[in-house]
Design a protein around this ligand. Structure first.
Ligand SMILES: Cc1cc2nc3c(=O)[nH]c(=O)nc-3n(C[C@H](O)[C@H](O)[C@H](O)COP(=O)(O)O)c2cc1C
Length: 214
């Protein structure tokens, strides 16, 4: 069942998210949505991406993340189509920063990573001193929850998503482009779009691997 708030969208669920029968139990629907989410490579995310109303719903979902101290210790920066070449330049510079001997082919491959998913968002953690003094780990958990809220909402709308990071995240070039200040960290890019080709999702760990009783 699609939550009532989201019925204004016209979701076209990817094959993995389609269920043969309508799920009417909200707990079961939530579980099925969560289980169906999986990482899709930005190479397989094509147009169309979320429209403006859908994008606003993604921000609303992010804003619902748990947030100890209510610091909003994170921010998101969209990279619109007309700024992708600037991001490509930053990826290229980041590569040269860490490997001055990188080949032209490697530099072009780095640059090309900026041109994939229709919706591309940088997730930034704010770890600057603040009142109340909430630990960095807690702030990162809050950002992780905000990202997951966003991913699940995109999934409910019928889009695929994937996270990307890598060594460019800490580079001077990327920090400069996004105007990051001391204490802000670029954590990952969020890629959202229509899935061109589904891949089987990974096998998830059994709860016995990560649950114990004291
Ligand atoms: C902060 C963060 C950064 C990530 N960066 C990458 C990345 O650079 N490349 C990649 O292929 N996957 C990346 N991922 C996605 C994980 O590889 C993916 O979530 C994992 O393989 C589990 O698969 P699933 O999401 O389909 O369950 C990242 C995930 C997180 C949480």
């Amino acid at each position: 069942m699609i939550p009532r708030r989201l019925t204004r969208f016209k979701p076209t669920p990817p094959a993995a998210a389609q269920s043969p029968a309508l799920v009417t139990d909200p707990a079961e629907a939530a579980l099925q949505l969560i289980i169906a989410r999986h990482n899709t490579s930005p190479r397989r995310l094509i147009e169309p991406g979320p429209n403006e109303a859908e994008l606003q719903a993604l921000w609303e979902a992010a804003a619902a993340a748990p947030d100890h101290g209510q610091l909003t210790p994170w921010r998101f920066v969209c990279v619109p189509a007309h700024r992708r070449s600037d991001l490509g330049d930053a990826f290229a510079q980041a590569l040269v920063e860490r490997d001055p001997g990188a080949s032209l082919e490697q530099i072009e491959a780095a640059r090309d990573k900026a041109n994939r998913a229709p919706l591309l968002i940088l997730a930034v953690a704010d770890l600057r001193p603040a009142e109340p003094d909430i630990a960095a780990a807690e702030r990162l958990v809050s950002l992780g929850c905000a990202i997951q809220n966003l991913l699940l909402t995109a999934q409910a709308m019928g889009y695929g998503s994937g996270l990307t990071s890598g060594q460019a995240m800490g580079s001077k070039a990327l920090r400069r482009l996004f105007g990051l200040v001391d204490g802000e960290e670029a954590i990952c890019f969020i890629n959202v779009g229509t899935v061109s080709r589904e891949k089987p999702p990974r096998t998830r760990p059994e709860p016995t691997r990560f649950v114990r009783s004291l």
